[in-house]
Design a protein around this ligand. Structure first.
Ligand SMILES: NC(=O)c1ccc[n+]([C@@H]2O[C@H](COP(=O)([O-])OP(=O)(O)OC[C@H]3O[C@@H](n4cnc5c(N)ncnc54)[C@H](OP(=O)(O)O)[C@@H]3O)[C@@H](O)[C@H]2O)c1
Length: 328
């Protein structure tokens, strides 16, 4: 008899998610059938989108999320015992899967020391950075990019890709340690938004030629202030709005539509799961950049399945530098 542990969502989140919104429960797993395999979590992901993806249908069910897991029993010829997979198995220690929508990890890329990157730089956040930035911002050498949430999983990759493309990069993050990290990655300007004072004046100072591209992870005041400072024909990629996720009452923002109109801006949202067939293209090029030392990444590792909530909550208090992952 095999047992698994999992996090059930007990109540809908209001404001910042609370530990008491979850309950860790034990589950007895049935035997696997033909075509199935049993996998054990090795690395688990916590991501900001999880905050918004919990809804009434999630209540009483396992918390959603991706993990890297090791196949420990199999009756599926495509997934052998000892293989590593990435799948949306949720916050749980063991999972029975039929392999549907599961990525088998190529061990020549995802070596033992790089397994967790399947959840980060060579996973969903990396694909977001690469595809959303290159497709929508369409960078040209010498142009200026502003990126918010710059020291996170997505933002830190976007800034470096822009540097590879010959752009000037200005990043905003929430601590002096993060600012130092961004400078070490080659960002031209890195600003601690919690201590900077006026955002408008900071932008005027750090972007003397205006802003050609804006990659937004944060939304809110950043969006309202940056849009009017964009150059003619600027491009804006919106992948996130983390400053808004925990608000109990939506904020009212500045009306920026006249800036979008007058400057003929392109403003486009992007959801990485709509672009699954193109993920390998992103990982191939990013893997080459990593090997050449042009693209660096950091992971903030939380040890232990029992500490998953703390890792998740840390996303909203800025605890993570780079990708937040949990080692089971
Ligand atoms: N559309 C898509 O397909 C897609 C895919 C992946 C991610 N995303 C979105 O992209 C964004 C970044 O995701 P990620 O995985 O790279 O997360 P992340 O940046 O690694 O982690 C979240 C970071 O957000 C910052 N933050 C938290 N609350 C904030 C607030 N109120 N105001 C400003 N910054 C705040 C914190 O950094 P500081 O210390 O700097 O505040 C925190 O470390 C999120 O909005 C996420 O939802 C979208």
């Amino acid at each position: 008899m095999t047992t698994a542990r999992k996090y059930n969502v007990e109540v809908l989140f209001t404001g910042v998610p609370k530990k008491s919104d979850f309950k860790i429960v034990e589950e007895t797993l049935r035997a696997i059938k033909d075509g199935e395999f049993l996998a054990e979590a090795v690395w688990l992901s916590v991501d900001p989108y999880m905050r918004g993806a919990v809804n009434s249908s999630t209540i009483g069910n396992t918390m959603i999320g991706e993990q890297v897991a090791k196949v420990i029993e199999s009756k599926n010829g495509n997934f052998k015992v000892g293989d590593y997979v990435a799948g949306m198995f949720g916050w749980r220690t063991k999972t029975i899967s039929n392999g549907d929508r599961v990525r088998k990890l190529d061990r020549s890329i995802y070596t033992d020391d790089k397994l967790s990157t399947a959840l980060g730089i060579l996973g969903m956040p990396g694909a977001t950075a690469y595809l959303a930035f290159l497709d929508i911002c369409a960078p040209k050498e010498g142009e200026t990019l502003v990126v918010t949430g710059a020291a996170g999983a997505v933002g830190s990759a976007v800034g470096q890709i822009a540097k590879i493309k010959g752009c000037r990069v200005v990043g905003f993050a929430g601590s002096d340690e993060k600012v130092q990290y961004l400078k070490s990655l080659g960002f031209d300007e890195a600003i601690n938004y919690k201590t900077m004072g006026s955002l408008k004046e900071t932008l005027e100072k750090t972007c003397p030629k205006g802003i050609d591209m804006f990659f937004d992870n944060v939304g809110g005041e950043f969006y309202d202030t940056i849009i009017p400072q964009m150059n003619k024909s600027g491009r804006v990629t919106i992948v996130g709005a983390i400053s808004q996720y925990n608000l109990e009452n939506p904020e009212k923002g500045t009306r920026v539509n006249r800036s979008i109109l007058g400057k003929e801006l392109t403003v486009k949202g992007f959801v990485v799961y709509s672009h699954l067939p193109r993920w390998p293209e992103a990982f191939k090029t990013m893997g080459e950049w990593i090997d050449k030392g042009q693209l660096k990444y950091n992971e903030t590792v939380t040890e232990g399945f029992d500490n998953m909530f703390d890792a998740f909550a840390g996303l909203f208090s800025g605890k993570n530098l780079g990708k937040a992952v949990v080692k089971a």
